[in-house]
Design a protein around this ligand. Structure first.
Ligand SMILES: [Mg+2]
Length: 415
């Protein structure tokens, strides 16, 4: 990607896109049913403007905002499903550019013409198009497709996400406010902003320095004596520092420690869990249900912090939640600073599965634009699950195009 700007890249992508094929629809006899096929896939690469400091959105690409590719899948009966891929280069290896290429040149071509409601089959085709490395290939990118197919299937079957899964409509979700500071003197102001908006629970970003992190946890605990205090290291300690940090964070009032180490530090996780200073959770590295089952068997974790974007979408994430429930493990709901469509999918998932703890879904904290006709209802530290078929949201295509143009992107059409 060196040598050209993001704007030039996205414009070039659009120029290279294939023209739309004209779908042929035949008239059906009364009562006749037929397979509803995926007819076309449109991509809208964009960046959401942001506010506040968050370590994953720094540097030249981060400064452009929260990258996202909005995915519109149209079936051959005209029904539409919306999804959203949400890469963050500083969190994992997928970027706006690679997500756009993978969707345009690898995933969309194998999906067009397929049964709109065959999600397992769609994932199998995507596995063939981009093979797994250690685990599922391009999970963040493909999660957007998975979400769009859930939305489309729900609309075709007139069912909400919970209804598709045979679950009751869940409760609104309590949210957690993210405290990511460079200096301890920033803590009070960041927490006050959350408190003003009704938040009473806080997640802190820790590592690599256990001493700083313990002071941070102490301060947050002092300001929120009754809140759930969740420390997330994003794999940022080495094994020795993590063993030091866990009891220090416990002493400072933290309730859980998430991702103390990179996921390939298997023996480190085993030692931390054995130490028992805090419940040890994993996030990064839980890409497919297969390794989650292995991590549980290996005695590495007390629980998993979920996020559909990390693991290829809702289908895989549902199985990860079920694995936690079957094994008596804790599960928490987290996110990737998700905007609109991705956030709606997570609200539907976590609510349907009865999430008990506050969810670290910080899109509403950091993002300053939306692309929905009616924005998601976030009030008093709660997020309300939208009602209706599929994701229950109505995407405003004019807003999508406007935000895409503002960020230098261009619509890509495959079909
Ligand atoms: Mg995390």
């Amino acid at each position: 990607m060196s040598g050209i700007t993001r704007r030039e890249f996205l414009a070039a992508s659009a120029t290279a896109a294939a023209a739309a094929a004209t779908g042929t629809q035949r008239t059906l006899a009364a009562g006749e049913t037929r397979m509803i096929k995926i007819e076309k896939i449109e991509l809208f690469p964009m960046c959401y403007p942001m506010t506040g400091y968050f370590k994953f959105f720094t540097g030249p690409h981060g400064a452009a905002g929260r990258a996202a590719v909005v995915i519109k899948i149209t079936a051959d009966n005209g029904e539409v499903g919306w999804g959203q891929s949400v890469p963050i280069a500083k969190w994992s290896y997928e970027t706006l550019e690679t997500a756009t290429i993978a969707l345009r040149d690898y995933f969309a071509p194998v999906l067009i013409g397929r049964d709109s409601t065959d999600m397992e089959g769609a994932h199998a085709e995507m596995d063939k198009a981009i093979a797994p490395g250690f685990s599922t290939g391009m999970p963040i990118t493909r999660a957007g497709v998975d979400i769009a197919l859930h939305d489309l299937t729900g609309k075709l079957q007139k069912k909400s996400l919970a209804e598709l899964w045979g679950k009751p409509k869940g409760e609104p979700l309590l949210l957690s406010w993210t405290v990511n500071v460079r200096e301890l003197k920033e803590v009070d102001a960041v927490m006050e902003e959350g408190r003003k908006r009704g938040y009473r629970n806080f997640n802190i970003k820790v590592a690599p320095d256990p001493a700083f992190d313990a002071e941070l946890a102490k301060l947050v605990r002092k300001n929120a004596p009754d809140g759930f205090l969740w420390a997330d290291a994003n794999g940022g300690y080495d094994p020795e520092s993590a063993l030091k940090a866990a009891p220090m964070l416990a002493g400072a009032g933290a309730d859980v420690l998430e991702s103390p180490l990179r996921p390939n530090q298997i023996s480190g996780y085993q030692k931390l869990k054995k130490l028992g200073a805090l419940p040890i959770l994993m996030d990064e590295g839980c890409v497919s249900p297969i390794e989650v089952a292995e991590f549980i068997k290996l005695g590495m974790v007390d629980g998993i912090a979920m996020k559909p974007a990390r693991c290829g979408g809702l289908l895989s994430n549902k199985r990860q939640i079920e694995l936690c429930l079957e094994n008596g493990l804790m599960w928490l709901g987290s996110g990737l600073t998700d905007p609109d469509i991705s956030l709606a999918a997570m609200l539907g998932l976590y609510s349907a599965y009865g999430l008990k703890k506050p969810a670290a879904l910080n899109g509403p904290q950091f993002l300053t634009a939306d692309i929905l006709k009616t924005p998601l209802r976030i009030e008093g530290g709660f997020a309300y699950v939208p009602d209706g078929a599929g994701l229950g949201i109505e995407v405003d295509e004019n807003k999508v195009v406007e935000l895409m143009k503002k960020s230098g992107g261009d619509r890509i059409l495959k079909g």
